[in-house]
Write a protein that binds this ligand. Structure first.
Ligand code: SF4
Ligand code: FES
Length: 195
């Protein structure tokens, strides 16, 4: 009992604060590791592999301005470049943002504005088509894999009882990386990518 009490206290302390015109301030010893996108033989995104794990720290600052000289950590460049962190996100709940796509054995919800252009939803004809074809167990399985691999939270697969099918994660932060050679094939989401 004591152990679970301690665990829940530690979890409660984990926090990410968006600082004004500065970095993300992470507290509570949140694990940090690279997560590398995997591609299949058709060059479609399919799954993640954990890469480098960063040393555990009780608190740390992650770069938000994109100009750090030691990414993913903040090196103070936001002050040098006079970064204006004015971008905001909608606070509308996911259920109010999402459209619903019904298939015979699967329902897909899709909040398009959340897309991070990671392209896991393109494989085997795409998650929407696979949902339509979900009477086929293989199509259903692939649609679920794609929705679960999507890093943005845009896509959620639901069973016919309306339960979301989601992977279970422990709290952590992943630094997303594309495999070597893929960088130029993917659309930059933020508009500041180097060629
Ligand atoms: S919906 Fe998800 S998997 Fe598809 S492109 Fe957007 S972020 Fe990627
Ligand atoms: S936010 Fe500090 S270097 Fe980018």
């Amino acid at each position: 009992m004591e152990e679970s009490g301690n665990t829940s206290k530690a979890e409660n302390e984990q926090f990410i604060k968006v600082t004004e015109n500065g970095p993300y301030l992470v507290t509570g010893g949140v694990p940090l590791a690279e997560q590398i996108i995997q591609v299949d033989s058709d060059n479609e995104c399919h799954g993640w592999q954990e890469g480098k794990k960063y040393a555990e720290q009780e608190s740390y600052k992650l770069c938000r301005c994109g100009k750090s000289v030691n990414k993913p950590f903040c090196t103070g460049m936001h002050a040098v470049t006079k970064f204006k962190g004015e971008e905001t996100a909608s606070r509308k709940p996911y259920a109010e943002q999402a459209k619903t796509y019904e298939g015979p054995e699967l329902t897909l919800t899709d909040a398009e504005d959340l897309c991070a252009s990671a392209r896991f939803c393109h494989r085997a004809g795409g998650t929407w088509n696979l949902t339509e074809q979900s009477a086929d167990p293989e199509a259903r399985k692939t649609a679920i894999e794609e929705a679960c691999d999507c890093p943005s939270g845009r896509l959620v697969a639901h069973d016919n009882q309306g339960n979301a099918i989601e992977p279970k994660f422990t709290p952590s932060i992943g630094v997303g990386k594309r495999p070597a050679g893929r960088e130029r094939m993917d659309r930059c989401g933020c508009g500041v990518a180097s060629p």
